[in-house]
Design a protein around this ligand. Sequence first.
Ligand SMILES: [N-]=[N+]=N[C@@H]1[C@H](O)[C@@H](CO)O[C@H]1n1ccc(=O)[nH]c1=O
Length: 256
Amino acid sequence: PIHTYKMADKSTDYSTANGFESKTPFLIGVAGGTASGKSTVCQRIMEKLGQQHKEQTERRVVCISQDSFYRTLTPSERLRAERGQFNFDHPDAFDDKKLLAILKDILAGKKVEIPEYDYITNSISPNRSHTIYPADVVLIEGILVFYFPEVRELFHMKLFVDTDSDTRLARRVPRDIMERGRDLEQVLNQYMNFVKPAFEEFCLPTKKFADVIIPRGADNLVAIDLIVQHISDYLKRSPVDKTIALELGLSSQSSV
Ligand SMILES: [N-]=[N+]=N[C@@H]1[C@H](O)[C@@H](CO)O[C@H]1n1ccc(=O)[nH]c1=O
């Protein structure tokens, strides 16, 4: 029997329409504290899905970051940010309306432009954006992807990466110093004043919305395999959208 993939909170009928599969991408939200391993979990899922679908090079799995949707800071906010006195972990720091609009475009199978975020200048770098073509699986990772109800309701699957906060801090300090040009005192002050309190007030409470909670993040290979298997089963039931494959100039013969 052909299974129609029934979502918990919405039934999506991937029935064919005018000869082609008319389907929306499988949208996965990946939340968790800073440095919990969200983007690594996304990478592992994409790698393993890619391996699973060798025979179908059209399978497209892409990942976008909520950090691409930090709102533009006012000059005074930018000054505070430079002094480590701006709270980037608060929901108000994000342009959730823009994220919602982009996710709806993705679900409509549209091609979207995602800006890159520059942690050194604390701003979106206008010339560095990347294009997301219609995909089969789209992962969105971020500390507060489950905080905004309208965004949360769009996900077909919600993952929460649950890593101990001391492990996260231990990873965060070197990363902020090496990659984001900060000094130790500023990183620790920012963590104590903003990152830790905001995690407890805004991020941790969204764990209850997760379908799967992943303790230890990317090290948890059993959890990642389970998740990949679930996605793979879903993908097997919804053949590749030929229009997407043709549009992208891909075909099963091509060695993309
Ligand atoms: N500071 N701080 N915390 C946030 C948050 O924990 C994390 C979100 O991915 O990125 C951090 N973040 C965000 C924007 C920025 O310009 N700098 C920065 O460090």
